[in-house]
Design a protein. Structure first.
Length: 259
């Protein structure tokens, strides 16, 4: 191994390249090291507390302040898969749309990935179609970069797959908060929803916007019936306009009313 390659210089090189999660292959290619040299350097980085193994062959860069990195699960979560962004319940909480903090970190990805348990946190990955992989931005959280769904996309991801957002009730409350506080622009929300080409999502969103007295122009309802809450039985009244079985009462969705 070239003498100038130290654990600290390696960490600095990774930070400069925005490589906060990396593999053996990353290190080998970056420094032109053979397999033995790569393993030795990674062992030294772990011993120095500069990196930690998350799963087989994958490491998280802890840098010079490991306690700060390990205390930031959203930072870790969005770097365990590439590409990925924090969404669903985690993004709703990040944006302040829900006070309920999830026990898991939820990230959107483009390929199936098994959940990961790391440092006392469960990281869950939700595969989306490539065409649905948009509407995210880079934020700074405790001085660390986090890629997170923007406000409208966090709402729509959650309505499309409410099982990853604490359920339809949490997603509906988040929508109400976002609209009431002026945190999302309705035309952008509808534009995103149309771009997603998800009829179930459009029907759920349209029904909720109707309840909240907001226009739902441009949203095309599902051609077949669906449940407002996909995790509950298909009972309750049927709203033909949106093809929705309303299996959640309005006062449960919006305890503070819809005004």
């Amino acid at each position: 191994m070239p003498q100038q390659i130290t654990p600290i210089s390696t960490a600095q090189a990774l930070i400069q390249r925005d490589l906060f999660a990396f593999t053996n292959g990353t290190i080998s290619a970056l420094f032109n090291l053979d397999q033995y040299q790569t393993r030795r350097l990674l062992d030294r980085m772990e011993q120095a507390g500069l990196a930690q193994r998350v799963e087989r062959g994958k490491f998280i860069l802890l840098g010079l302040t490991p306690e700060k990195t390990l205390a930031n699960p959203l930072f870790i979560g969005c770097h365990l898969a590439t590409p990925s962004y924090i969404s669903f319940w985690s993004a709703l909480h990040f944006h302040g749309f829900t006070e309920q903090a999830p026990r898991s970190v939820f990230a959107a990805v483009t390929r199936q990935k098994k959940r990961v348990e790391f440092h006392g946190t469960r990281f869950q990955f939700v595969a989306l179609r490539p065409a649905s992989f948009f509407g995210y931005r880079r934020e700074s959280l405790a001085d660390l970069p986090v890629t997170v769904a923007d406000e409208p996309k966090s709402i729509l991801d959650s309505l499309a797959l409410p099982q990853y957002a604490g359920g339809i009730v949490e997603a509906a409350k988040a929508l109400q908060v976002a609209l009431r506080e002026g945190r999302i622009e309705l035309p952008i929300l509808v534009e995103y929803a149309m771009r997603l080409r998800n009829a179930s999502l459009a029907s759920r969103l349209g029904y909720l916007l109707d309840l909240l007295g907001q226009p739902a122009d441009g949203l095309a309802a599902s051609k077949g019936p669906l449940k407002l809450d996909p995790q509950r039985a298909a009972r309750g009244r049927f709203v033909r306009r949106w093809q929705v079985y309303v299996n959640v009462e309005t006062d449960e969705l919006f305890p503070q009313g819809v005004a």
